[in-house]
Design a protein around this ligand. Structure first.
Ligand code: NAP
Ligand code: MG
Length: 402
């Protein structure tokens, strides 16, 4: 059998620890035997980030801008302990943050669903994809403790020094707290465009929620920006493929999400997305089965697993133990990127490969062969917990027999 040929390279961002080990195994066992893999390789492993003063991360992000599709392995975000462990020159910033800033992107998280691992919410049949606006609001706030008798005001000064001011509260009878929040149109617009782009890409409805009835200027601005961009740039495209844009209040959205069957994209403001994405991940079963894609407003894509480098497993692996680390989200990052590349370049065989590899992964688990984290969750009979390499080889066998 001849290998599938590619025309444009995928931007490959290697990473750290256990996921770096899985990365190589996934390529060796599930990709390279079938695809003449063209990739532009960037080593985002912490030693090389340190060696290049983190330039490699910036270069990788620029390459995604150039080629349009990247796939990323989980990476260590250094803290004080890592600085010591890796003898780093500096506490380098989160690579995900750096890439997101350069691409001006939005992160969408999607669970992989398999029979036998039921979401906590029993009527969820399809994934719910959640997008979080990753700028501003309470994450870039200014806040004070206020003493009794003080007055808090909101003041905005224009370029000429003219002030607009409004009393927030005169803390006459009690001290308290006060907080200033902001967001900017440019960021909300990028967020909205990334959401509309991804809805078109997935051919799924897009929901957006905020609290505009209470926050008549702030949250209402989000609602208006989404509505304007939809009307002017996306309405026709949505109608053409039969998908919908739907705005509702955050509390109504939460109620509808719980009652739904799934199968749509839910765009959330920063705080709502922070909280709700953790709720969805837990309710769908396992962080190891959660995939993630960064989408820029002009339609560039970076695929990855939502989990980290699985440090605890890596230390055991380094000591010569076999580990049963779940590679599913990382496999789906690769298939996501290969499918996207295939559809951009008109290579049907690549799209078919991605579909088949995902199906083979799911079938292997549904047939009862899985990593140990899933054994605890799955209700299939005669299930067997295997180590990572055995699991990858089982997927290959399933794939070859499909
Ligand atoms: P983590 O790597 O996601 O792992 C947390 C725990 O979740 C693991 O110890 C493991 O539990 C379980 N787990 C996660 N993924 C799994 C998988 N694929 N298979 C089986 N079990 C899995 O999070 P962390 O320990 O907080 O972070 C470790 C490193 O990853 C940190 O240096 C952090 O900076 C980095 N990180 C990177 C990214 C990214 O690049 N996107 C995201 C998050 C964290 P048990 O040990 O109980 O088996
Ligand atoms: Mg959170």
């Amino acid at each position: 059998m001849s290998k599938i040929q590619m025309t444009t390279p995928i931007v490959e961002l290697d990473g750290d620890e256990m996921t770096r080990v899985l990365w190589q195994w996934i390529k060796d066992i599930l990709i390279i035997p079938y695809i003449d893999l063209k990739s532009e390789y960037y080593d985002l492993g912490l030693p090389y980030r340190d060696e290049t003063n983190d330039k490699v991360t910036v270069d990788a992000a620029e390459a995604i801008k150039k080629y349009g599709v990247g796939v990323k392995c989980a990476t260590i975000t250094p803290n004080a302990q890592r600085v010591e462990e890796y003898n780093l020159k500096e506490m380098w910033k989160s690579p995900n943050g750096t890439v997101r800033a350069i691409l001006d992107g939005t992160v969408f998280r999607e669970p992989v669903i398999v029979n036998g691992i039921k979401p906590v919410v029993s009527n969820w049949e399809k994934p719910i994809i959640i997008a979080r606006h990753a700028y501003g609001d309470v994450y870039k706030n200014v806040e004070f403790k206020v003493n009794e008798g003080e007055t808090a005001e909101l003041v905005v000064t224009d370029k000429e020094g003219n002030e607009r001011r409004q009393t927030i509260l005169n803390f006459k009878n009690s001290g308290g707290i006060v907080q200033g929040l902001h967001n900017i149109d440019a960021s909300i617009e990028s967020f909205a465009r990334a959401c509309f782009e991804y809805a078109l890409d997935k051919k799924q409805d897009l929901w957006f929620s905020s609290k505009d009835t209470i926050s008549k200027t702030y949250d209402h601005r989000f609602k208006d920006i989404f509505a304007e961009i939809y009307e002017n740039e996306y309405k026709e495209k949505f109608e053409k493929i039969g998908i919908e844009y739907f705005y509702t209040l955050i509390d109504d959205a939460v109620a509808r999400v719980i009652r739904s069957k799934g199968g749509y994209i839910w765009a959330c403001k920063n705080y709502d997305g922070d909280v709700m994405s953790d709720m969805l991940a837990t309710a769908f079963g396992s962080l190891a089965m959660m995939t993630s894609v960064l989408v820029s407003p002009d339609g560039k894509y970076e695929y990855e697993a939502a989990h980290g480098t699985v440090t605890r497993h890596y230390y055991r692996y380094r000591d010569g133990e076999e580990t049963s680390t779940n590679p599913v989200a990382t496999i789906f990052a690769w298939t996501g990127a290969l499918r996207k590349r295939g559809s951009l370049d008109g290579i049907d065989a690549l799209v078919e490969y991605a579909d088949k590899m995902e199906a083979a992964t799911i079938k292997t688990i549904e047939d009862g062969i899985m990593t140990k984290d899933l054994v605890a969750l799955s209700t299939v009979e005669n299930k067997k917990g295997v180590n990572s390499k055995e699991f990858l080889l089982a997927i290959k066998e399933t794939f070859d027999n499909m």
